[in-house]
Design a protein around this ligand. Structure first.
Ligand code: HEM
Length: 203
């Protein structure tokens, strides 16, 4: 879980940072997208690593959820489960919504199978993103999904520290703050784009 979680958490930070080029200029985000598509070897290596990580993450996540359910039947683990944070208790649910979001997102922006409005954008990624978020329902769906991503990441990142054996009594507090900050930076970075389109700052 830790390795796949690390790969996916690293990807979302990188993807969010790249997306912020939307605020620089249409030319900047379009040049970035063009560069990514032209580097076929890099693109397909990243895609392969991502696909393997997503499937492995889901598989281990299901095992963990089933083990937790079985442990909840009684004993000391039941007490530990009751004390768990909301982020930890909702991991399977936030995970399922994020998966649904990613499927929609790929259909929307990568496969361009979701037609919204009658804007023709061709290879213009800037125009495609603005057209996509001009639909309020889609923009709100993205924002809600990013808030759930924040919840999922905040618990996920602190669990990685736990697995690495770093989250001891001395460091627990500081590492939990670090995980929460990471989750909010990623979520707010993503949210800024649909929000900027909704408020007319990006058009
Ligand atoms: C406001 C939020 C987001 C925006 C504006 C956005 C934007 C985009 C755009 C424009 C593309 C297509 C790039 C291209 O083909 O040139 C893309 C691809 C993708 N996005 Fe996002 N994204 C957002 C959030 C996310 C999140 C939260 C995830 C994962 C949890 C994600 C995962 C992906 C993946 C896996 C791809 C496919 C990359 C590939 O072509 O292999 N995105 N995104």
């Amino acid at each position: 879980m830790a390795l796949t979680g690390l790969v996916l958490a690293g990807f979302v930070l990188g993807h969010m940072t790249g997306n912020l080029l939307m605020f620089k200029s249409p030319a900047a985000i379009n040049a970035y997208a063009k560069w990514l598509h032209e580097n076929v070897a890099l693109l397909w290596t990243a895609r392969t690593v991502l696909i393997i990580s997503v499937f492995a993450h889901i598989w281990v996540g299901i095992q963990l959820t089933l083990e937790n359910r079985a442990a909840r039947a009684g004993g000391p683990a039941a007490e530990a489960t009751r004390r768990a944070t909301i982020g930890s208790r909702t991991m399977p649910y936030s995970g399922v919504v994020i998966l649904g979001f990613v499927v929609f997102h790929l259909l929307h922006f990568t496969l361009k199978a979701v037609a919204l409005g009658d804007v023709a954008y061709g290879d213009d990624v800037y125009k495609m993103v603005v057209a996509g978020f001009s639909c309020k329902t889609v923009a709100v769906f993205y924002i809600i999904s990013m808030l759930l991503l924040c919840l999922h990441l905040s618990h996920g990142v602190s669990s990685v520290f736990q697995t690495l054996g770093l989250r001891n009594e001395r460091w627990r507090g500081r590492l939990d703050v670090l995980a929460l900050a990471y989750a909010w930076i990623v979520a707010l970075g993503f949210i800024s784009i649909p929000l900027a389109v909704l408020t007319g700052c990006l058009k």
